[in-house]
Write a protein that binds this ligand. Sequence first.
Ligand code: ADP
Length: 231
Amino acid sequence: MSNAIFIPALQLSAVDRTYGQGEQQLNVLGQLDFSLYAGQAVALIAPSGAGKSTLLHIAGLLEQPSAGEVYLNGKPTSHMDDAGRTSLRRADIGFVYQFHHLLPEFSALENVMMPQLIRGLSRGVAQTRAQELLSYLGLEARLKHRPGELSGGEQQRVAIARAVANGPRVLLADEPTGNLDPKTADHVFETLSALVKASGLAALVATHNMELASRMDRRVTLRDGKIVELS
Ligand code: ADP
């Protein structure tokens, strides 16, 4: 029997992140510990300036911590060079932002194929996977549409499909529904939640939406540079 579910998909251990030097030094994260497990969606709720973006960048291997270790599927990452971190990020981590950042001149289908092609998959495989994902997310009638021809909620669902196109273990989202009206936000959130459950993704979602946060598996905040669990 595999014990993989007992190993966090993502683990941050004694992570420090300081900006600046000497008297100007700012300790944004200090001795931060955090574990995120497969199939779990965790809401990160903290005021502006608390360090959410810094945490998401470090968790996503976009930024190195000043000290501490980031483990992906139990494997340390701090010793890896940039190329190694980039290929690990492409394979194992998906990102969703407040604004969709889809490529405007490409269709929904092509946008979801793109990360797979960059990773070296064939067009046929990438297209089949993109079609399946977009259909799962309720967009089977929108495959050929460009982002400008889609509603805000549809654009964000395409962005979610693109984020998980390479079958990552970890999904990091920064205010994914922050730009949407409440009803659309609810729909996009339900889509995201269903995907997390169906795929066994581990998701960390920064949000100011307390109602959506209350429907996630866990809620955490950042206090004095550390993760604190909320009830
Ligand atoms: P949040 O996403 O919660 O708003 P951030 O992680 O963006 O917070 O920023 C946390 C703190 O770190 C802020 O005080 C910010 O000004 C500071 N900060 C972020 N990035 C840098 C940087 N590159 N250089 C200096 N200070 C930074």
